[in-house]
Design a protein around this ligand. Structure first.
Ligand SMILES: *Cc1c(COP(=O)(O)O)cnc(C)c1O
Length: 388
């Protein structure tokens, strides 16, 4: 553990791994856009740097920053969230092992586990993670080596009790993995609730500007860290220097961005709740959300993601999704700009027809950090198209 532990979140975000360049004093550590490093003699490496797939100072700076913010001992940065997940699963599991995951897990995670790693001999069960008995029953088979939680989940915004599931997983000698992409380390730090591993798509809130893809694995256990580090090096799905540099830059402002994402989303969720066309609003910040109290206990605030269903069915949902102008119709989430998504045909198209399918009258909003009055006006205009 580093001296950063004693400092506040925003101080760590700005300073962990961000020491000024020793050669020039450059306040911002340079982008080391290089694939290889000069040696001072055969095998005489400067500070251990040898070849870019193995180590790069820019990636190291991001990894130090990520570990400091999640409160973990080791962080590994990858080319995408799914590359991070693949590396973690292949580091931790062996053929015959079983994963229990949420029945509304991120579609790409389910596809990776169910269609790629299944051929590799890893089996899975998808259950309602908010139902502790269901999770317990799914673990009972004996081969479960990993339990995979997303909270809030995507796109149904279900809240899972991390500490309770950690207990169940540990009773079965399984690892608890939390995909913390939706909350970000500013709002929720799963390792403090007993999770063994945190994974991220840094493409989302951590990068925060929709301009750099990436993923991360953060762990405390040294043995597991060694295995993940080996796969990172041996398989090579590392983050490129430029992507790591952009992600580091974005991560410095995570705290202020998340505060605004959360306050804008809270205002919009309340407004949506009052609209006649709306059937249901899924936002953990609403008092009527079934996971509200748990979210309040686990999270600093409730984040920027909202899902909404419409009484007018799929047609109404699609019409709203196609009628905004400040909200951009696009996949992904977590950037400073507001995005609109129709999961059934966009982000969750790969799970259509499976038990992970999402309601067809649902849209998902990634609420950005624009002025909330402009976001409300945009949504008001889009909902008005349902009345004409
Ligand atoms: C986007 C996302 C992923 C996958 O990350 P990529 O960077 O797109 O590979 C995983 N989990 C969640 C919750 C996500 O939103």
């Amino acid at each position: 553990m580093t001296h950063f532990d004693a400092q506040g979140f925003n101080t760590r975000a700005i300073h962990a791994g961000q020491t000024p360049d020793p050669t020039t004093g450059a306040v911002i550590p340079p982008l080391y856009q290089t694939t290889t490093f000069a040696q001072d003699g055969i095998g005489k490496l400067r500070n251990g740097y040898e070849y870019g797939r193995g180590t790069n100072p820019t990636r190291d700076s991001l990894q130090t920053q990520l570990a400091a913010l999640e409160g973990g001992a080791h962080a590994f940065s990858f080319a995408s969230g799914l590359a991070a997940e693949d590396a973690l699963i292949r580091a931790a599991l062996r053929p015959g092992d079983h994963i229990v995951l949420g029945n509304d897990a991120y579609g790409g995670t389910y596809r990776l586990i169910n269609r790629v790693l299944a051929d590799w001999g890893v089996t899975n069960s998808a259950v309602d993670m908010a139902d502790v008995d269901a999770v317990s029953a799914a673990i009972a088979g004996g081969n479960t080596k990993m339990v995979w939680v997303e909270t809030p989940s995507n796109p149904m915004m279900k809240i899972t009790d991390i500490a309770a599931i950690a207990q169940l997983a540990h009773d079965a000698s399984a690892l608890l993995v939390v995909d913390n992409t939706f909350a970000s380390p500013y709002l929720q730090q799963p390792l403090t609730f007993g999770a063994d591993v945190v994974v991220h798509s840094t493409t989302k809130y951590i990068g925060g500007h929709s301009d750099a893809s990436g993923g991360a694995v953060i762990v405390n256990d040294g043995e597991l860290a060694e295995k993940v580090g080996f796969i990172q090096f041996a398989v090579g799905a590392v983050s490129a220097p430029m992507e790591a540099w952009l992600t580091t830059r974005g991560l410095k402002t995570l705290g202020v961005r998340m505060d605004r994402h959360s306050s804008n989303a809270a205002t919009i969720a309340q407004w949506l709740l009052e609209q006649d066309e709306v059937e249901n609003v899924y936002y953990p910040g609403l008092a009527k959300h079934p996971g509200h109290d748990l979210a309040a206990a686990q999270m600093k605030s409730f984040g920027g993601m909202i899902s909404v269903t419409f009484k007018g069915g799929p047609e109404a949902a699609k019409k709203v999704a196609e009628s905004t102008s400040v909200f951009t119709l696009a996949e992904s989430l977590g950037g400073i700009e507001s995005l609109m998504n129709y999961p059934s045909d966009m982000t969750h198209a790969s799970v259509k027809g499976t038990e992970l399918a999402v309601p067809e009258n649902l849209i998902r909003l990634s609420v950005g950090i624009e002025d909330v009055e402009d976001l409300l006006a945009d949504l008001e205009h889009a909902l008005a198209t349902l009345r004409s």
